[in-house]
Ligand binder design. Structure first.
Ligand code: GTP
Ligand code: MN
Ligand code: MN
Length: 610
């Protein structure tokens, strides 16, 4: 393998648009190791974007979509379709700091593996340098990053998901050159004359985080969550570790603005595990007369205390990276309208004969012929999904017709309520208001969901997903719980109320007890009115549930009997649940705070179960 000598890297950097030492030495060191043929700095300009699109069309990676505005289709390698949790590592110096839910390797050991993998890994390719900011550069505490990558698909997707380019480069310089180093390679070097493939990647994959150094290295995958390093890697794993140090929260949450018929406004954040309805709720169209919901974010919320003691949430992202299947004109018309506005990159969806995209659940009628995500002819008789269950639309968030004006507030909106929720057929009521912050943290720490067909493995198994952050906590989960408790003890804090919701409870015949989707606005109204102090509630062992008549089911096809079942707290179910929670805490080791274990005991007493 020929390695470029120092002089040639210098040549590649001769026209670098910065003289900042930290930036240059970072880019220099990666170029020296990965030996790309070219270095291109991403400016954010339209011409450069067009040029990259054209290159990817020529390479066969992108297909233009004549039926859509300025949008493209990509199909990945069939083995590169999702986040790879088993290949994701937190490389803290001490193993205990990564905790029982993360894969861990000592930083030196991992760096030596990565050093070999990245040596010459960009050979024959262009190394793109993407300066970006998560959130806004004019925030009180702007959060910068620079991603170097050898994938133009990653560049185009990053430009949708984060604010990227020359303005961000200048802002990094002005702020003293502090940024999170994000290094990405698909791991497919090209020998001279070697023909490229449509979706370069490597069977060996490593998604690695060095929280103490605030560094991310990702190898072998081109898929969103593994390759768009500003999203899960930075905004959740690295940011959660920074947030712990600095006294704030980086969470897997949507942010929503609610306006009552009287014009009163409240902001709500909600954590649901992947594929449990964040994007849906973030774009809800309320069915209740006079109520308005507006979108601020659908996946990630950073929450910091304001001077008034309230928690202010910002959405650090600039785009939507939504699960396509199940997103349709009946379930999420807002998302469909955002997509119609154009500028999308679709990955692993199906193609219609007239050059549009399709996925299961988009329309009521299934087209009679499609090209499926693997590139094969498909008909409804094929017996396989036309779109991959984890196929995605990547869409500018500014397309969202319900986007709230406050999206542009650099320091966010004050949160009045936090919702935790998962997908449970039994046990968990439609909505409960937890007793206090500690009880709310307890409920969040035990958040659980039944696995869906969208993920590998057995379907319908209860999996604990604390605060919906299980794959995203950048440090020890027990310390993460402690951090949540400490947030609650912050001096002068005016804390949001914490609620627990479950849209997915089933009747004995297997049908949903609650219609869900846009009708969830009725639960949001009750939450709003609990915060305002106007809704009635009854106290239960789990906290407060709606008093009879206080949850507005006017005009809804739900009987009082069904609602009672949806809200029921059944001691026999809870006896099993408490046991499972105890086992869960046990499995997490000795960092779990004693206060949370005490919550199990007091809940058992309140429930009167053994
Ligand atoms: P990530 O983007 O992966 O983090 O997931 P997400 O939380 O944004 O999930 P998303 O909104 O894409 O979840 C979609 C799935 O939840 C689809 O299968 C929907 O049909 C289902 N879903 C969403 N809201 C409801 C609801 O209120 N009731 C029911 N029954 N299903 C719902
Ligand atoms: Mn989503
Ligand atoms: Mn997510």
């Amino acid at each position: 393998m020929t390695v470029l000598d120092r002089g040639s890297v210098e040549d590649l950097l001769a026209d670098a648009p910065t003289s900042n030492e930290k930036i240059l030495s970072f880019v220099h060191s990666i170029a020296e190791r990965t030996t790309p043929d070219r270095i291109e700095w991403i400016t954010g300009e339209e011409d450069q974007k067009r040029e990259l699109q054209n290159q990817l069309i020529e390479a066969g990676t992108l297909k233009p979509l004549p039926k859509q505005k300025d949008s493209f289709y990509a199909a990945s390698d069939p083995d590169d379709v999702a986040r790879v949790e088993e290949r994701t590592y937190i490389c803290s110096r001490e193993e205990a700091d990564a905790g029982p839910l993360n894969n861990w390797m000592a930083p030196d050991e991992m760096k030596s593996i990565l050093g070999d993998l990245f040596a010459g890994s960009m050979k024959g390719r262009t190394m793109y340098v993407i300066p970006f900011v998560m959130g806004r550069a004019d925030a009180d505490q702007p959060m910068f990053g620079i991603e170097v990558t050898d994938s133009a698909y990653v560049v185009l997707s990053m430009q949708i998901m984060a604010r990227c380019g020359t303005a961000e480069l200048k802002a990094i310089e002005e702020h003293g050159g502090e940024f999170v180093e994000c290094v990405h390679s698909v791991g497919a070097p090209l020998e001279p004359g070697q023909e490229d493939v449509v979706w370069p990647c490597n069977t060996t994959k490593y998604i690695t985080h060095f929280p103490e150094e605030r560094v991310i290295w990702s190898f072998g995958s081109g898929y969103g969550g593994n390759a768009l390093l500003g999203k899960k890697c930075y905004s959740l794993r690295i940011a959660s570790a920074i947030a712990r140090e600095e006294g704030w929260l980086a969470e897997h949450m949507l942010i929503l603005k609610l306006t009552s018929p009287e014009g009163e406004v409240k902001y709500v954040a909600a954590a649901f595990p992947s594929a449990c309805g964040k994007t849906n709720l973030a774009m809800i169209e309320p069915t209740l007369e006079g109520w308005k919901a507006e979108t601020l974010g659908d996946d990630i919320a950073w929450m910091r205390f304001g001077e008034d003691g309230q928690l202010y949430a910002v959405n650090p992202e600039f785009g939507l990276f939504g699960v396509a299947p199940g997103t349709g004109y009946t379930t999420n018309p807002t998302a469909m309208r955002a997509i119609e506005a154009g500028g999308n990159v679709f990955t692993n969806v199906a193609l219609t004969d007239d050059g549009d995209v399709w996925w299961e659940g988009m329309t009521e009628e299934t087209p009679s012929h499609l090209i499926d995500w693997k590139g094969n002819d498909w008909t409804p008789e094929s017996g396989t999904p036309a779109a991959h269950p984890n196929s995605r639309f990547c869409t500018p968030i500014t397309n969202t017709p319900t986007l709230a004006d406050e999206y542009e507030n650099p320091n966010g909106v004050p949160i009045s309520a936090i919702l935790f929720g998962g997908r449970r057929k039994t046990t968990m009521p439609l909505v409960t208001e937890t007793k206090d912050w500690t009880h709310g943290v307890f409920m969040g720490s035990t958040l659980s969901s039944e696995t869906t067909a969208a993920a590998k493995g057995q379907v319908g198994v209860v999996r604990r997903d604390p605060m919906a952050m299980r794959p995203f906590i950048g440090y020890n989960v027990g310390d993460y719980f402690r951090h949540w408790l400490e947030i609650g003890r912050t001096e002068g804090a005016k804390l949001p109320k914490i609620f627990y919701v479950n849209w997915f409870r089933r009747d004995d015949d297997g049908s949903f007890l609650w219609p869900g989707f846009s009708e969830n606005s009725r639960v949001l109204k009750w939450v709003f009115e609990r915060v305002a102090g106007t809704a009635e509630a009854v106290e239960t062992p789990l906290g407060c549930t709606p008093a009879e008549g206080s949850l507005d089911i006017d005009g809804l096809d739900v009987t009082e009997e069904q609602l009672r079942k949806a809200l029921a707290i059944k001691p026999e179910e809870w006896a099993a649940e408490l046991k499972s929670i105890e086992e869960w805490y046990e499995s997490l080791g000795d960092h779990v705070p004693a206060e949370l274990k005490a919550e199990v005991d007091s809940l058992r007493q309140r429930l009167g179960v053994k």
